[in-house]
Design a protein around this ligand. Structure first.
Ligand SMILES: *Cc1c(COP(=O)(O)O)cnc(C)c1O
Length: 398
C-alpha cells in the first residue's frame, strides 16, 4: 500500500475540480437519438456524433439482432486464430466499395486503427508529417512508430510545404502526410485538394482520418476526399462505425491491397485484440446500406438544412461561432467554468450540449460544441436555438 500514491491521485482530482475541469457524465435512460431521457425528462440532444440519426434506427437494430442470431454474440478470438466470419469479410468489402478502395481492415475502434497503422508501414528512414490539430489517436499512433516526426500548423498549407521541404532535405525515404478530414473540435474541413497537390509535388503519401465525415460529408456521404474532389487519390483513410454509420463502434482502414495485407500481418491492435462482434458488423452493414440509398440523401440534406438554420439563428442573436459548413457548430465561450455553467443551464432548460475545455481544447478557448443530426426535426433545431438564446441572455453571453 503506497498511500502517497493515492493521496496524489486525490489531490489531482481535487485540483481538476476546483479549476472546473472535471467532465461530468450525464446518465441517459433511453436509446440515443434527437431526444433523450435524462433524469426523467426528455431533452433535445445536440452533442451526439449520430449525424445520420441511425443509432436507434429499426433497420440498424435489426441488422445487429439478426447478425447476433446467425453468428452469435462474439468470436472469443482475434481475427487470425479463429475470429474471421463471413460477416467480417462482408463488412470489409462493403466499406471498401463504399469509399472506392480495394480492401479494408477492421479494428475494435478507429482509435485502434490510428494506433496501429503507422508502425508497420513506416520505419526510421521514413517520415510522418502530421497536422498539429490531429486527433489524439493519431498522435498516439505516430508516437508508436519509429518514423521521423514533423508537425505543421493546422490547415496551414505554407507550413505544410515548408515541412515537406525540410523532410526531403533531410533525406527521408517515404513521407506520409496525415490529417483529420474534419477537425472535431472546430468543425473545420481539411484542404485535401491542396494537400494532395503538395503530396504529389513532393512525392509523399497521404492519410485522412475521416471519422467526422464518412457517411454524410461529400457526394453520397463518401467523405472529405469526395467533397474536395480528390476521391481515390488519398492513400489511406481511417474511419469509424461509431459515429454517422450506425454509432455502434468499430474502426477501419481502407487502402490499396498491399497496405491492407501488411496491416493484417503486423498491426498490433488487429493482431492482439478480439474480432468485432457480429452485432456491430450487422448494424454497420445496415447503416452503410442506408447511407448509400435515397434515404441517405434525405438524411444528408436534413443535416445540412439543420446546420444552416442553427448557424443563422445563433449568429443572429450574437453568439460567437467558429465559421464553417460542417454539422459541428462550436459556440465559443472562453473560460471552462462558463462552458460548464452554460451546459448545466442548457440541460435545465431542455438541451443536452457538452462543454469542451482544456485539455481537450486550448486554455481560454472553452466552448459548447453543438452537432447537428438528421435525428432532429427543423422545429427541434429552432426550439434548441430558442433555448440557447434564453440561456445566453441569462448568463450575459449575448
Ligand atoms: C471519434 C474519432 C476517433 C475515434 O473513433 P472510435 O471509433 O470511437 O475509436 C478517431 N479519430 C477522430 C478524428 C475521431 O473524431
Amino acid at each position: 500500500m503506497d498511500s502517497h500514491f493515492y493521496d496524489r491521485l486525490s489531490a489531482e482530482l481535487k485540483d481538476m475540480e476546483s479549476a472546473g475541469l472535471l467532465k461530468p457524465e450525464r446518465i441517459i435512460s433511453s436509446a440515443q437519438g434527437g431526444v433523450v431521457d435524462i433524469g426523467g425528462r426528455k431533452v433535445l440532444n445536440l452533442c451526439a456524433n449520430n449525424y445520420l440519426g441511425l443509432a436507434s434506427d429499426p433497420r440498424v437494430i435489426d441488422g445487429a439482432l439478426s447478425a447476433t442470431r446467425e453468428w452469435g454474440a462474439g468470436l472469443a478470438s482475434v481475427r487470425f486464430i479463429c475470429g474471421t466470419q463471413d460477416i467480417h469479410k462482408h463488412l470489409e468489402a462493403s466499406i471498401a466499395e463504399y469509399l472506392g478502395y480495394h480492401d479494408a481492415i477492421l479494428f475494435a475502434a478507429a482509435f485502434d486503427a490510428n494506433g496501429g497503422v503507422f508502425e508497420p508501414l513506416l520505419s526510421e528512414q521514413d517520415a510522418i508529417v502530421s497536422d498539429s490539430l490531429n486527433h489524439a489517436s493519431i498522435i498516439d499512433g505516430v508516437r508508436l512508430s519509429k518514423a521521423k516526426r514533423y508537425r505543421f500548423a493546422t490547415n496551414d498549407m505554407n507550413d505544410l510545404e515548408r515541412v515537406l521541404q525540410q523532410a526531403r532535405a533531410e533525406g527521408v525515404r517515404s513521407i506520409l502526410i496525415v490529417t483529420d478530414g474534419v477537425f472535431s473540435m472546430d468543425g473545420t474541413i481539411a484542404q485535401l485538394d491542396r494537400i494532395v497537390e503538395l503530396a504529389e509535388r513532393y512525392g509523399a503519401l497521404t492519410m485522412v482520418d475521416d471519422c467526422h465525415a464518412t457517411g454524410f460529408v461529400g457526394p453520397d456521404g463518401r467523405g472529405t476526399p469526395a467533397l474536395k474532389g480528390v476521391a481515390g487519390r488519398i492513400d489511406i483513410i481511417s474511419g469509424t462505425f461509431g459515429k454517422a454509420l450506425g454509432g455502434a463502434m468499430g474502426g477501419f482502414i481502407v487502402a490499396a491491397q498491399p497496405i491492407v495485407d501488411l496491416l493484417r500481418q503486423r498491426a498490433r491492435p488487429y493482431l492482439f485484440s478480439n474480432a468485432l462482434t457480429p452485432a456491430v458488423c450487422g448494424a454497420s452493414l445496415a447503416a452503410i446500406r442506408i447511407a448509400c440509398s435515397p434515404d441517405g440523401d434525405e438524411r444528408r440534406a436534413r443535416i445540412q438544412n439543420n446546420a444552416a438554420a442553427f448557424r443563422s439563428r445563433m449568429r443572429a442573436v450574437g453568439f460567437d461561432l467558429i465559421p464553417g459548413e460542417h454539422a459541428i457548430i462550436p459556440v465559443m465561450l472562453g473560460e471552462a467554468q462558463l462552458a460548464q455553467q452554460m451546459a448545466a443551464e442548457l440541460l435545465e432548460a431542455g438541451v443536452l450540449a457538452t462543454g469542451f475545455y482544456f485539455p481537450v481544447v486550448p486554455n481560454g478557448k472553452a466552448r459548447i460544441r453543438t452537432q447537428m443530426s438528421a435525428a432532429l426535426t427543423t422545429a427541434q433545431v429552432h426550439q434548441a436555438a430558442d433555448i440557447f438564446e434564453h440561456v445566453g441572455r441569462k448568463l450575459r453571453i449575448i
